[in-house]
Ligand binder design. Sequence first.
Ligand SMILES: NC(=O)C1=CN([C@@H]2O[C@H](COP(=O)(O)OP(=O)(O)OC[C@H]3O[C@@H](n4cnc5c(N)ncnc54)[C@H](O)[C@@H]3O)[C@@H](O)[C@H]2O)[C@H](O)CC1
Ligand code: K
Length: 203
Amino acid sequence: MRSLERAAIASGRISGLDLMERAGTGVVEAIGEAWPDFRTPADVPRHAVVLCGPGNNGGDGFVVARLLRRRGWKVTLYLYGDPERLPPDARTNHDRWRRIGTLSALPAAPDFSTADLVVDALFGLGLTRPLTGFGPIFSALATAGRPVLAIDLPSGRDADALPDSVGWPSAPCSLAVTFHREKPLHARLRAEGIGVIVKPIGL
Ligand SMILES: NC(=O)C1=CN([C@@H]2O[C@H](COP(=O)(O)OP(=O)(O)OC[C@H]3O[C@@H](n4cnc5c(N)ncnc54)[C@H](O)[C@@H]3O)[C@@H](O)[C@H]2O)[C@H](O)CC1
Ligand SMILES: [K+]
């Protein structure tokens, strides 16, 4: 994916920011596909809790937050990481979000009880080692029993995980929305009964 992305950007055909916007747009489309009743406006605004991480997976989350807000959702956004250290495209989308919404630092155990949907944009392809310290958040997420949409893949999972590899601690997930094509992990997610939707982003 990285080499495809780099080549597409190097060719000048598309920018990283375009890719991120298309990724976020694809995620919002997938929400309507997976949960059709979310497509129709409700009498009370639906509430999305978006968890953004320190990289471009978090950047996708900022795009999703902005697009859901534009569709009338109430959005609560938590950021794990320092905005000053976000990569450029994620920082741009952080700034775009901050023009229309607020954010809080990710607490040890966020309150998911009023969420109609939780968007997991903490970590994606850039995870290089098992997560530590996210156990309380992942168990709060599991206990809340709310629908969880993972951007690209559930945070904590190893994208290249082979079917027999030991699992890394990861977030619960109802649906994973990935981009361009599935990664090895997605076959395993399907086998676990987790929905997987692949969205093109013009690569
Ligand atoms: N072409 C595409 O596939 C596109 C992908 N997009 C999204 O970008 C992410 C990948 O972004 P990247 O910045 O490379 O990585 P992450 O956001 O997943 O995380 C990196 C971030 O996390 C830190 N980190 C890594 N391991 C750990 C750990 N064990 N504990 C704590 N922190 C960790 C690392 O230092 C980085 O800061 C991809 O998944 C897509 O969602 C584009 O947006 C669109 C095109
Ligand atoms: K994720």
